[in-house]
Design a protein around this ligand. Sequence first.
Ligand code: SF4
Length: 621
Amino acid sequence: MTVFLGLLFRNRLAAIGAVVFSIILVSVLIAPLLPLQDPDATATADRFQRPFTEGHLLGTDHLGRDLLSRLLHGTRLSLGVGVLAAVAAATIGSAVGIVAGYFGGRIDNLIMRGVDMLMAFPYILLALAIVAALGPGLMNALIAVAAVNVPFFARNIRGVTVGLAGREFIDAARLAGMGHARIILTELLPNVLPVIIIAMSTTVGWMILETAGLSFLGLGSQPPQADLGSMLGEARSALISHPHTSIVPGIMIFLIVMSINLLGDGVRDALDPRLRSGALSRPRAMTLVDRKGAVPTATTDLLAIQDLHTQFHVGRRIYRAVGGVSLSVQPGECLGLVGESGSGKSVTALSVMGLVASPPGVIAGGAVRFQGEDLIGARYERLRRMRGDRVAYIFQDPLSTLHPLYRVGTQLAEAIQAHHRLSRTEARTRALALLKDVRIPNPEARIDNYPHEMSGGMRQRIGIAMALANEPDVIIADEPTTALDVTVQAQILALLDDLRRDRGLAIIFITHDFGVVAQLCDRIAVMYAGRIVEQGPTRAVLDAPAHPYTKRLIACVPELGGGQRALAAIPGLPPVVDDLPPGCVFAPRCDKARQGCRDGEITLAGSGPRAVRCLYPEEVI
Ligand code: SF4
């Protein structure tokens, strides 16, 4: 609850809404205790008194009734009716939506066609028809407003339920012998409840407005009972001559609806974990740059990552995912980047083209240079032209690359035409050639497949074909062969190897697989907690690892035909990068750690291409 309130009040508009609504709520709740006049007591001699008249802070209406008293009592009534209507509509609509979405098939069809019929009527006309049938009165207005909002909740909740009803945990509950009612109450409802609360918090303001509208037309509260709508209705004949009688309830309606809507938006943001983390907020087109310190000077490397610092700013916490990484590749070279999950490999790779999502990502220091040009300081247009053309990515999950609604040939052609002036026929011919290059069987037929019609391995090869489409100078491959079987993996690695030898393609290959590193990479860099801890030629590092982390990482690799050798798992977990220990970050897991290891920053030191970040390395380099 404390966390929820903390998140809610971090949103300034929601906080303003909460404060305004709280003041209104407290005022109307204590209204009967305040020394106010009877809201229905008429005094025709005091008709249309102006605000701040003695005894009438907000003046009087056409019957001399005290406006402040009527306002507080009327607001109390309007709020009560609006909230009750919202609760009734949410309860009935959600129940209908859950039943339709859970059972599906004919039940779903029957219920949703009924809901569609209700939604086909303009809702205000439907509300008027219901009140006309039931007769004027506040209770009937409540029923009408609740009834016209039931379809809204039913549709929303049905959509959410359909997605959940096919999930594995519901199947598991069925297989465990749970009945429908129990599954709905214990499995579905807790998952749907946040959506119901969010929908309710954002619609209650409208329901108050709709109730006020019916009362304004004389179909809600009946004289002498005051609610905000009836106060407005009674004041309309004096709108020009005595505007305060309309302005007072009008401002109150505005304040209520505005504060509830602001509060509702805040509740929605605080309840949705994806919104909370910023995962659903639309990322910028390039990573936010807030560089501190001097920009490293240019080098002659094809691609050089220089002292790169990439952080994630989540609330008050700063996660230093990449803490000063320096790497470089030359034409025709393959650099392997290895390390446990969360070591910062992918964030380093995404930082190259400014693809780390902002928010929460921020590049806080260093430079990325392509042929000497600093890409961190480059304009978006420049980066957009280079993405996929000079520097291309192959991602681990091919579905993050492919659009589910377009044929793969169309997507390949689009990737080519985004950077080259080619006709559709020429682009399609090139796409076909790419499919052949990545060994897609029967490419003439497969080019018109949708992504879902292909196996995971084939989709991955389409992703690789897309990266190759514009013959880039650098390919950054983030575990591209993990989902492939060993024969396809070998073909793809051979293809990448040919390309770098024939065309001078430089590759940064992110992987956990030391076998792949040994086969493809010229050099290797080992990352731990956002830093390079060891780097050097592949053979030298694999044969004689110098950092204790590298040595243990290699010892974890199973050997084919290696008999009963015990697998040496690394004890402990990688540190959380918002709270790194002082000194060597590997010290808590290192069996060679000594006091000196924890004292201060340990630099990456070595001779020639080999370097290690350790005071007591396994091998002298
Ligand atoms: S510096 Fe010390 S704690 Fe860190 S890896 Fe080397 S020996 Fe282990």
